[in-house]
Design a binder for this molecule. Structure first.
Ligand SMILES: [Zn+2]
Length: 438
């Protein structure tokens, strides 16, 4: 099988230090070698198979992982283009458009898949509410997890028909990619569905994903002694628990129901206090931060600096176009960079930690960071999902800083399994292809 060597001014393997004048050799859709360009080409000298070098005068990253989106709402960009005063304000606007009908969810999701490729995204956590949209990742050949969203169930009706309904809906999702279950949020499902859905997912070995801490109503007490008596109360829902005067946070509540774990990741994580963040760490549960969506909705900023300094598993999501200006994940990386700096995160590793969050962090959140089909890293044997970015820097550190702060709109090419799936005019004119072997 022919070998292609992709070389770049800076290669960011994520699982190893960044390489100046680096290269990645790709064969059969997987990575064969990673290192300096000289070393990779030297290793292949005299190879019995044809070797071609493609040089990009910029930065090479693993394909990005969008750890929270709803591609089906890509046709609702007019909702996301407005500014809201809070979650209820946004929800009312969203719901009016959603309920008005006339949507072509399949087409809308397909458009979102195309946008994602143009932004360097090769794997996604795609939360799907309407069955017409379940095939978007499958049809586009994208990787990731399709999370079937379950929302609006009360205990009585759930008991009568819920599990069978969800099981049947999961059976309709085309694979690959992988399948997951998304219990929407602690306030949109009563206790029994929140208790049962993790079991429904886990019986299949499927992933879990929940919106958590996106609404201020989910926050717990910030200080003071913790009241644990709520654990003995048989509450019909999180709201009922709150109505009855118990101060448990939504994170506490879903943890009590067994939702969290290494097979689960949460979206947003804004209204989580230090105790809640420590619970995520204790359960090995990653958080997908979606700062631009939070800003459109008019929410507070997630505590990015705390998540980083405390050592939480962090990933990045765009959320959907119904609450975000674009599906450009590097724009959310730039937003996180600004927020973290304003919150006092002063260390020099911010850019590389955020690029890690947008690649390996997402892969961890989706259960795709290890095993034969691992992504989110440039490592021997991993899938050759690559994103080339049109930025430069005098040093490796400057180049990484540029990608994190100014990478939005600058992805030059996106490769999935070694095949070019998207290329900009800059890629066509400035990448340099040379036959170097037999
Ligand atoms: Zn969402």
């Amino acid at each position: 099988m022919p070998i292609t060597v992709y070389s770049a001014d800076v290669v960011v393997p994520v699982t190893a230090p960044a390489v100046h004048n680096g290269a990645v050799a790709v064969q059969g859709g997987r990575i064969l070698h990673v290192g300096t360009r000289d070393w990779v080409l030297g290793t292949l000298r005299g190879a019995a198979t044809p070797v071609t070098e493609v040089h990009w005068p910029g930065v090479l990253l693993p394909g990005l992982v969008n750890a929270h989106t709803h591609l089906q709402y890509s046709g609702m960009a007019h909702v996301g283009a407005r500014q809201y005063t809070g979650f209820e304000d946004w929800w009312a606007s969203f719901d009016a458009v959603y309920e008005a009908g006339g949507h072509d969810w399949r087409r809308s999701a397909a458009a979102g898949a195309t946008d994602s490729l143009a932004a360097g995204v090769t794997s996604l956590a795609d939360v799907v509410t309407d069955v017409e949209a379940v095939g978007a990742l499958h049809d586009a050949g994208l990787r990731g997890v399709v999370y079937w969203e379950v929302i609006g169930w009360a205990n009585d009706r759930w008991r009568a028909e819920g599990i069978a309904r969800v099981e049947a809906e999961l059976d309709r999702i085309p694979t690959p990619p992988a399948i997951g279950v998304s219990p929407h949020a602690p306030y949109s499902l009563e206790t029994e569905p929140l208790l049962d859905l993790p079991d429904v997912a886990r019986r299949r070995g499927a992933r879990l994903h929940i919106h958590l801490g996106e609404s201020a109503s989910e926050g717990g007490p910030l200080t003071g002694p913790r009241d644990e008596t709520w654990r003995n109360v048989d509450a019909e829902s999180f709201q009922a628990l709150r109505r009855d005067g118990f101060a448990a946070s939504a994170t506490d509540f879903v943890d009590q129901l067994g939702v969290l774990g290494p097979d689960c990741h949460i979206a947003h994580g804004i209204y989580l206090n230090a105790h809640d963040r420590s619970l995520l760490r204790a359960r090995t549960t990653a958080v997908a931060l979606c700062p631009r969506s939070n800003a459109v909705i008019g929410l507070d900023e997630p505590d990015v600096a705390a998540y980083l300094t405390e050592g939480n598993l962090v990933a990045v999501g765009t959320d959907s176009l119904a609450s975000s200006p674009s599906l450009d994940l590097l724009a959310d990386v730039a937003a996180l960079y600004d927020i973290a700096r304003r919150q006092g995160y002063g260390a020099g590793d911010l850019a590389s930690r955020l690029l890690r969050a947008a690649t390996l962090g997402g892969a961890i959140a989706l259960g795709m960071a290890t095993g034969p089909d691992r992504v989110g890293q440039l490592q021997v044997g991993s899938l050759a999902d690559l994103a080339f970015v049109d930025v430069t820097g005098a040093t490796v550190r400057e180049a990484i800083e540029s990608v994190a702060t100014d990478g939005a709109g600058r992805v030059a090419a996106t490769l999935l399994g070694g095949g070019v799936r998207w290329a900009s005019p800059a890629w066509s004119s400035r990448s340099d292809r040379t036959r170097v072997g037999v």
